[in-house]
Design a protein. Structure first.
Length: 232
């Protein structure tokens, strides 16, 4: 049998329920304040009686930006509660508020890039392949997405300055991932494989413009995508 204490695992004072975890716990209040959302969520919480009603009213009466930040904050608070219960790890409200805003800004940036991805990829695919310098190789990388099977395929092809095929490879990435995550993982796996085989002076080319931009601008953050870019 699993013992389930009734008190909040975060503040250890109030009785735990969904309302307390999201709105009443002192740590949660600090998080909403740190995210600059306290003045928005408080009026809604005072007018309703359930978490569902509060979320619906918040989404109905605010724009996408506010609703998006609030949704990220709610997810972060619930994740922090679960980490505390199952891993005995918890973060202070100030950290949670900053983390929620950081993740939301990353999500917004990714959505903006994703919306232009199809157009960018089509334009890039129409461009002719450009050969590398005589002393270099070029590795083209791409990813394929198989949502029904919940896996992603990664493929790469290496050619020399004359366009002659040198070698290639492919692999499966199990588990559903976003487009940018799949493209980034495919690039990372290709780089690892060629390094393992002892190749150097290789130019890597991807048709995902957002991956190139993230690498050039040294994209940082706490998302899975940021973690992958950091390894490239």
């Amino acid at each position: 049998n699993v013992q389930c204490p009734l008190s909040c695992p975060i503040c250890e004072s109030g009785e735990e329920n969904d309302w307390h975890v999201l709105f009443e716990c002192e740590n949660s209040r600090t998080a909403w304040q740190a995210a600059g959302l306290e003045h928005i969520i408080t009026p809604h919480a005072q007018q309703v009686h359930t978490v569902k009603e509060c979320i619906l009213q918040l989404c109905r009466l605010n724009d996408r930006t506010v609703a998006g930040k609030a949704a990220m904050m709610i997810w972060i608070l619930w994740q922090n509660r679960n980490n505390c219960v199952w891993n005995q790890e918890k973060e202070h409200g100030q950290q949670l508020g900053s983390k929620a805003l950081s993740l939301w800004h990353e999500w917004k940036a990714v959505q903006a890039v994703h919306n232009s991805d199809v157009h960018n990829i089509q334009q890039q695919q129409q461009q002719l392949w450009q050969a590398p310098a005589r002393d270099k190789l070029k590795c083209n990388v791409d990813a394929g997405f198989h949502d029904g099977e919940r896996k992603t395929s990664a493929g790469w092809c290496v050619r020399d300055c004359r366009g002659q095929f040198v070698l290639g490879g492919s692999s499966w990435i199990f588990g559903k991932c976003s487009v940018i995550e799949g493209e980034a993982i495919a690039l990372l796996e290709a780089m690892k494989e060629l390094q393992h085989r002892g190749f150097n002076s290789v130019i890597f080319e991807t048709d995902a413009l957002n991956i190139e931009n993230a690498i050039r601008h040294r994209h940082t953050g706490v998302s899975e995508f940021s973690s992958i870019i950091h390894k490239i």
